[in-house]
Design a protein around this ligand. Structure first.
Ligand SMILES: [Zn+2]
Ligand SMILES: [Zn+2]
Length: 121
C-alpha cells in the first residue's frame, strides 16, 4: 500500500482503508493531528491529499453546478469546491423564470425544471 501525507501536519502514514477506485475520493482523518482531509486515487495508484478546511470547520463553499437544465424540480444543484459534497438549494422565482426563458425551445425540459413528472430521489 502507498503512503499518504497529511496536508496539515505532513505526517505520512500507510493508507490501509478500503481501496478507492480510480478518480474516486475519500475522506480520511489523520491519526497524528486528528484533522480530516480528502484522498483521491489516480491512474498510477498513488494517493494524494489536499486540504479541505470545510471538513474541519464545517464551512463548505458551495458553488452552483453548471448543468442543463440548471434548475431541477425548482432546485439548483451545488457542490463544495473543497470537499466535493453536493447539495440542493431552492431556486429563486427570477432564476426559474430565466431558466424557462432559456429553455423556451425545449418544453420537455420545463417539466424537469418545474419538477413535474420528475422523481427526485
Ligand atoms: Zn495530520
Ligand atoms: Zn466542503
Amino acid at each position: 500500500m502507498e503512503d499518504i501525507e497529511c496536508p496539515y501536519c505532513k505526517e505520512s502514514f500507510e493508507y490501509d482503508s478500503d481501496p478507492i477506485g480510480q478518480d474516486e475520493e475519500t475522506e480520511i482523518e489523520c491519526y497524528a493531528c486528528d484533522k480530516s482531509f480528502v484522498v483521491s486515487a489516480h491512474w498510477d495508484v498513488t494517493y494524494s491529499s489536499r486540504k479541505a478546511d470545510c471538513l474541519n470547520d464545517g464551512c463548505c463553499t458551495f458553488k452552483d453546478l453548471c448543468r442543463t437544465p440548471f434548475i431541477i424540480a425548482k432546485k439548483v444543484g451545488q457542490m463544495c469546491s473543497q470537499c466535493g459534497k453536493e447539495k440542493d438549494r431552492d431556486a429563486t422565482v427570477e432564476e426559474i423564470k430565466a431558466e424557462l426563458e432559456q429553455l423556451k425551445d425545449y418544453p420537455s425540459l420545463h417539466k424537469i425544471t418545474l419538477g413535474r413528472d420528475y422523481n427526485h430521489d
